[in-house]
Design a protein around this ligand. Structure first.
Ligand code: UGA
Length: 349
């Protein structure tokens, strides 16, 4: 199988490359702006990487859509800070650029595996979100945060309609707070624009306060990226065509935690970590911050977000295994290594 991955150097793309090369004999054609998350794989003869920009390298993309069997358009802005600071960029990249790729899949009759998002459910009141029955609830237009949710939602609907009206072969998967190594970067966290776990790890390494937006009672269900990859690989294998035309939540309802609990757990892991004494860093405080102060205007939060994963279980026997502490410890250790590497580069320059 030939797999085209756009945004191959991102969080999901980089882990997926590792899995595909390790567990299958598939060929990967990948494009991204850079390579820092996939350097380990660049020498593999089954991985064909080209540096490029989805907004510019249009001919390369069209040619490879034609050439490959399955297409994963993973290029997207997925950090809430950017939804409120540059909503138009989110629309242009996440919606417009991806729509073009979707249409090429229709034109060349290629299978598309598209990253929807847990954000499409928004402020859904259901206890656990179901792909076929839960309402998708977003906020008013001045709340820019919802531009990501609604851009993705409209693409979901367009893909779905191409499926039944024009025979597009597709699967939509919805990540629920996947976490692990390579989630954003410490540089993004430095600017305060990274997602939760990476942001907190950066704050801890700096001895800065962990900031709980609007009190930190809001909850997320986290999943270790390796568990998530088991789910995504099952979708890609598509044995018996079971993934075709499906929408699948990929998350772990068992790891349901408030933001405050995440802050406390990470702080506890860092408290006795040998690197903390080595770096001589004071243990961070946990403080409250208003969402207006933290994100600026246009931010509205999701208070509860729990996936139903019944469909993944029934279809693929999906069963996440990694516990919260283990998953957090993996992230912490990965970013500590990244931090050491950053420091070394700074020392050398
Ligand atoms: C994320 C992103 O929108 C997408 O990456 C993705 O589609 C989706 O969720 C997902 O992974 O399922 P969210 O969970 O709100 O959205 O993003 P985070 O930045 O990880 O924030 C989680 C919660 O922590 C939010 O309530 C946020 O306000 C809070 N937070 C974040 C803090 O309290 N302090 C911080 O320093 C950072």
């Amino acid at each position: 199988m030939k797999v085209l991955i756009l945004g191959v150097n991102g969080f999901i793309g980089s882990h997926l490359v590792g899995r595909i090369l390790r567990d299958t004999n598939w060929e990967i054609y990948g494009m991204d702006l850079g390579t820092h998350k996939i350097t380990d794989h660049l020498g593999n003869p089954r991985f064909h990487f080209v540096e490029g920009d989805i907004t510019i390298s249009k001919e390369w993309i069209e040619y490879h859509v034609k050439k490959c069997d399955v297409v994963l358009p993973l290029v997207a802005i997925a950090t809430p800070k950017t939804y409120v600071t540059n909503p138009l960029k989110v629309f242009e990249l996440d919606f417009e650029e991806n729509l073009r790729v979707v249409r090429q899949c229709v034109k060349y009759k290629k299978r598309i595996v598209f990253p929807s998002t847990s954000e499409v459910y928004g402020m859904c009141p259901d206890e656990a979100f179901d792909e076929h029955t839960s309402p998708l609830v977003t906020g008013p237009v001045p709340m820019d945060r919802w531009i990501y949710s609604t851009s993705k939602q409209l693409l979901d609907r367009v893909i779905w309609a191409y499926g039944w009206q024009q025979g597009l072969k597709f699967t939509l998967f919805r990540p629920f707070n996947w976490m692990g190594p390579k989630l954003d970067s410490l540089n993004a966290a430095k600017e305060g624009s990274s997602r939760l776990v990476t942001q907190f790890v950066w704050n801890l390494i700096q001895g800065e306060p962990l900031q709980l937006v609007d009190g930190g009672a809001q909850r997320r269900c986290f999943i270790d990226v390796e568990d998530a990859m088991d789910g995504l690989m099952a979708i890609l294998r598509n044995e018996g065509g079971k993934a075709d035309g499906g929408i699948f939540n990929i998350g772990n309802p068992g790891l349901d935690h408030s933001v405050r609990e995440v802050a406390e757990m990470l702080r506890e892991l860092w408290k006795d970590h040998p690197m903390r004494s080595q770096l001589g860093v004071a243990l961070s405080e946990i403080v409250d911050v208003s969402s207006g102060e933290f994100y600026g205007k246009g931010y509205q939060d999701v208070l509860n977000r729990k996936p139903s994963i019944q469909r993944m279980k029934d279809t693929f026997g999906f069963e996440p295994k990694v516990g919260m502490k283990e998953a957090l410890a993996k992230s912490l250790d990965f970013f500590l290594q990244e931090f050491e590497a950053m420091e070394q580069v700074e020392e050398e320059s």
